[in-house]
Ligand binder design. Structure first.
Ligand SMILES: [Ca+2]
Ligand SMILES: [Ca+2]
Ligand SMILES: [Ca+2]
Length: 604
């Protein structure tokens, strides 16, 4: 599949090749990383530093747990871990019973059956492992595998034993809101004995992590019809479709985060079946709610009628420049930061917004667009914000952009800190109001001019690494559904065309790139001096955490004569991998489409 699209995407970028190749050839940084950042004047709180141990303590989980997407609200998938294997064998499964044959595996602690399709990422907290999937495994007797459901599974961390399941029946409206077989696509968040997640029915749900094992139906929600041990104990739930008028496109998915008692949620509000009309342009895109009750504290619908397609990003949070900021990726391709607190008037306070697409880029249906929306999660690291743009995987591959933004900027009264402004040639002073499909139409006398309030640190859309004046496939940033991971000044991101990028996090200049030869839906994991990335071909590849290229032909892996990336190993998972690997308590967790593998070195 990929090669066909690769050719297509090269054709699409032909128009931008000139400016692109100039950059690498002249050895100019993507955008000068000037340190123009001025800290905000309202020094209210201490800036967040990346400290997973302190985070876990505050959130009442064990020191080496991994309790939410990206570990903490800063969303950087770079946990502490040691003795994490680079190589493993998943082993064989009995063709009749599906039973796993442990003796045929290597470095596998346990395996748990998932549904037939799994897009959710796992988390591990307080002795449990959770993952979103569909009902293919039919753990509950009342729902045989023929019943399609969104399923959240809870397993015992030590042996993978199934504990309980939360079941979301499919919406009667069908695929426009709740795509068949896709299951639960988000990652839950755990704090103490509570878990929060977004269901495929557009609900925000709080569960008791002990379920009914504590012989208690926790509430306020006590209307569960089934209260056996294998069922989920709901604490509260909030229906975003009914209570906020949200109409999610194809799937509702957000990996929630929280600061103190405030839970932050992207609603997934999007287009209808025809892909043009927005059934609910005034419904919120972003929500802050009370984590303990589900009471809405404020909502925002800034993307509104400018949503291109869907909104499946997840929020990040951090105190930056003395200000608590919650940062949401919008379905309009803009990144929005709000004061991450409850407000007296139930109105959010916008701090800044940033257009993550070049102004001339254009959104068109069917995959030909070079304007995208945000699917990955913004990551906060060392006072900067990182996010890439992408498109629904159904719309194939295309041009992508990866941004590094200074979140201490505020701009003028519009709070627009985009790198450029769209204006008319005849009126350079007044920006053209935000337009849905294309910000600047040159044939109508419009131009993009530099924004004096720009918060841009750098933009990576590609780089002429070999200085030959051409933009080879592996020198381009393509659309991504992925989230970056950062450690030791190195940023890693995979794009949907299958290029894996290692960049300097401060400058956006690539150290090396690698062609995975398969679409990457997920995001990298950095742990124990290594970097892990899964792909649709079912391989999880492992690289050395290093900026150093290797000499061509020196890779010891078969059929890897061409790489200059420091590839250490490839591991076949037996089925496509759409998820992101995580590590908790020195165990590596990877979901394929239908199994969750707990991977641990057998040499202890
Ligand atoms: Ca309970
Ligand atoms: Ca309950
Ligand atoms: Ca080149």
């Amino acid at each position: 599949m990929k090669r066909k699209y690769a050719i297509l995407s090269l054709a699409i970028v032909a128009g931008v090749t000139a400016s692109y190749s100039l950059r690498g050839a002249e050895k100019v940084l993507p955008v000068a990383a000037k340190s123009t950042a001025k800290p905000s004047t309202d020094k209210a709180a201490k800036d967040s530093t990346y400290d997973q141990l302190a985070f876990n303590k505050a959130y009442s989980v064990r020191p080496l747990d991994w309790p939410q997407w990206g570990g903490s609200w800063m969303r950087n998938n770079a946990p502490d871990g040691e003795n994490i294997p680079a190589e493993w064998e998943v082993g064989q499964f009995d063709s009749k019973t599906g039973a796993w044959k442990k003796e045929t595996s290597k470095n596998i602690k346990w395996v748990a059956r998932l549904g037939s399709q799994s897009y959710g990422n796992s988390v591990a907290a307080n002795g449990h492992v959770y993952v979103g999937t569909n009902n293919g495994a039919a753990y509950l007797k009342r729902y045989p595998a023929t019943v399609d459901l969104g399923v959240l599974l809870c397993f015992d961390e030590k042996d993978g034993k199934f504990l309980w399941q939360h079941s979301s029946e499919k919406l009667p409206t069908g695929r426009v809101n709740d795509w068949p077989q896709m299951g639960i696509c988000c990652t839950p968040m755990v704090e103490g004995n509570r878990l929060w997640f977004v269901t495929s029915r557009g609900e925000v749900v709080c569960l008791d992590t002990e379920g009914f094992y504590d012989d208690e139906n926790d509430g306020p929600y006590k209307e569960e019809k089934y209260t056996s041990k294998d069922e989920a104990d709901i604490v509260w739930k909030f229906d975003m479709m009914k209570q906020l008028g949200v109409s999610q496109h194809n799937m509702c998915s957000c990996s929630v985060t929280a600061a103190g008692d405030i839970l932050f949620v992207n609603t997934s509000n999007g287009v209808d079946e025809a892909h043009i009309n927005l059934p609910a342009p005034n419904a919120p895109s972003f929500v802050a709610m009370d984590k303990k009750t589900g009471k809405v504290l404020w909502t925002d619908n800034s993307p509104g009628a400018n949503v291109l397609h869907g909104q499946w990003s997840s929020p990040a949070y951090a105190v930056i420049g003395g200000v608590p900021q919650v940062i949401f990726g919008g379905g309009d391709g803009w990144l929005y930061s709000f004061r991450g607190e409850a407000t007296k008037d139930a109105k959010p306070e916008l701090l800044w917004k940033f257009d993550c697409n070049p102004k001339k880029s254009k959104y068109v249906l069917g995959g030909r667009a070079d304007r995208n929306h945000i699917i990955g999660t913004p990551v906060v690291f060392d006072g900067l914000v990182y996010v890439g743009v992408g498109e629904d995987p159904e719309h194939a591959e295309g041009v992508g952009h990866l941004w590094c933004i200074d979140p201490t900027k505020r701009g003028d009264e519009s709070h627009d800190v985009s790198s450029e402004l769209a204006v008319k040639k005849t009126d350079l002073k007044h920006p053209i109001p935000h337009r849905r499909y294309q910000a600047v139409i040159e044939s109508e006398g419009e131009v993009a001019v530099p924004n004096p309030h720009s918060a841009l640190v750098w933009l990576y859309d590609g780089y002429d690494q070999n200085h030959d004046g051409k933009a080879e496939f592996t020198e381009q940033m393509h659309r991504t559904c992925g989230t970056v991971a950062i450690k030791d000044g190195l940023l890693f991101v995979a794009d949907f065309s299958g290029v894996f990028h290692c960049l300097d996090a401060k400058t956006g200049v690539p150290h090396w790139t690698y062609d995975l030869l398969s679409a990457a839906w997920g995001s990298p994991l950095i742990v124990d001096g290594k970097v892990y990335i899964g792909a649709e071909d079912g391989d999880v590849k492992v690289f050395k955490l290093s900026p150093e290229k290797i000499e061509k032909g020196s890779c010891t892996l078969p059929n890897e004569e061409e790489t200059t990336a420091p590839l250490l190993a490839k591991n076949a998972m037996g089925n496509p991998v759409y998820s992101t690997p995580i590590v908790a308590n020195n165990v590596l967790y990877i979901s394929s489409q239908d199994h969750l593998f707990a991977i641990e070195s057998s040499k202890k």
